[in-house]
Design a protein around this ligand. Structure first.
Ligand code: PLP
Length: 443
């Protein structure tokens, strides 16, 4: 009998008792190849000796000091590291304990910026359908995952909603990629006009959509167009890199591959690699300067912001990524994973799309490849694939079924950056077997 309120109240999950490298172990001693790093978290795998050593050192020195009294050397060092590798103009960092907190802080910082510079009439956010930005009320409001928001919708702030950049399903037959991008940007422009461009605080989006769509990057030119559009109206651009950031796509930040710099950027999962709960907001100087010159403080704060143990773990994770040159490795192993996924699934009658960047891949499952018809949500394909993969000793992150009726089931893969080719072969083999076994049970 468990007294924990687990994610599913229908059953108590298996008990994890250990982890080493790319594997996790349950109480029965069974090993699981961690091909999703939980939810794209464990970028260095489990029990990395250098991270553990750094955490032990920090614990011996200082676990926690409240940020209304002190800063800590380790928090400052982590901020220095992040700023040294940040997209252009991002000069300041605000530390929190996870992704949703990072999004909340970014939304509030964006709003406060406009209050500080004398534009308090800006009160709206615009974001995309089929997106996920977290489960706290502000983050849930900007997110467009209908399944997660539905019962809370009456108590969420109103957010302007536009289409995701989801080429596989939304680019029209015969529409060129530039024409598709122009159509998406025109819709955003129209939404800004509808709300009043001087009433909008920020546009919020994931550079590579993670949980909701499965590693979907926008088509070329979208982010540059978006940046220009926001600049035209003085609207801030918030990039949510909680899942796709910190090296997952092969560059430290996914926006680097789009050639733009956002005004605010949220990071979390891969920042601490799961060794500690930590997230952060990176901010352009103009935003922090406006607060410094204005009220002199960011009107926000939680008890555990800037936590010393969390900062120590994250600093160690980021130093290992840099020292071991793991970003080029993400690109190389990502290209290998891409090749193996295509070899296994290109001819598969129920794989409609394979997309991704770096070590962040999505496989979309369809009933029919030519019509892209989805499976009946009642079949719960994604849940069955997750369970079958676990049977076969594989942890992957399937999702989908019911979002806006526009999207089917997908499997998200986000293996640790340290995965070898033989391990990636195993990922593809076990995933293929799991999908085939589940599809064989169709009514
Ligand atoms: N933003 C994005 C893009 C995410 O993928 C997630 C979590 O999956 C969040 C925000 C929320 O992060 P957390 O679960 O750490 O609160």
């Amino acid at each position: 009998m468990s007294h924990v309120i687990h994610r599913s109240l229908a059953q108590v999950p298996l008990v994890a008792v250990g982890g080493k490298g790319v594997e996790l172990f349950d109480q029965a001693g069974k090993a699981y190849l961690d091909a999703s790093g939980g939810a794209a978290v464990s970028c260095l795998g489990h029990a990395h000796p250098d991270v553990l050593a750094a955490m032990h050192r920090q614990l011996d020195q200082l676990a926690y000091a409240h940020t209304s009294f002190f800063t800590t050397e380790v928090q400052e060092a982590l901020a220095d590291h992040l700023v040294a590798h940040a997209p252009g103009g991002m000069t300041d960092v605000y530390f929190v304990s996870g992704g949703s907190e990072a999004v909340e802080a970014a939304l509030k910082m964006a709003r406060q910026y406009f209050v500080e510079i004398g534009q308090p009439e800006r009160t709206h956010f615009v974001a995309r359908r089929q997106s996920y930005h977290g489960n706290t009320l502000g983050a849930l409001a900007v997110g467009g995952n209908e399944w997660r928001r539905k019962q809370f919708a009456p108590i969420l702030m109103d957010v302007g909603r536009v289409a995701p950049a989801y080429e596989y399903r939304d680019r029209l037959d015969g529409e060129s990629q530039p024409a598709y991008v122009a159509r998406l940007l025109a819709e955003i422009d129209a939404k800004f006009q509808e709300l009043g461009p001087d009433k909008v605080i920020a546009f919020v989006a994931e550079p590579v959509v993670g949980a909701t769509l499965g590693a979907v990057a926008a088509p070329a030119g979208y982010w540059q167009g978006l940046r220009a559009l926001c600049d035209r109206y003085g609207i801030l651009l918030i990039a949510d890199e909680v899942m796709c950031g910190m090296g997952r796509t092969g560059s430290l930040h996914a926006v680097e591959q789009e050639g733009i710099s956002p005004d605010l950027m949220t990071i979390a999962k891969g920042l601490g690699g799961g060794y500690q709960p930590i997230g952060a907001v990176l901010a352009q100087r103009k935003i922090v300067e406006a607060m410094r010159r204005g009220s002199g403080l960011f009107q926000h704060g939680h008890t555990y912001i800037g936590h010393a143990m969390a900062a120590a773990a994250a600093l160690a994770v980021q130093q290992v990524i840099q020292r071991d040159q793991l970003l080029p490795q993400v690109l190389a192993r990502g290209a290998y994973l891409q090749k193996q996924l295509h070899a296994r699934f290109d001819e598969h009658p129920h794989v409609g799309d394979i997309r991704g960047r770096g070590l962040f891949w999505g496989v979309e499952l369809v009933q029919d490849r030519s019509s892209k018809a989805t499976f009946d949500p009642a079949f719960k394909l994604h849940a069955k694939v997750k369970a079958q993969a676990m049977e076969q000793g594989l942890l992957c992150y399937p999702m989908g079924g019911t979002i806006d009726g526009l999207h089917g089931d997908h499997v998200l893969l986000a293996p640790p950056f340290i995965s070898g080719e033989a391990e990636l072969d195993q990922v593809v083999e076990r995933l293929g077997d799991a999908i085939d076994k589940v599809l064989a049970q169709q009514p």
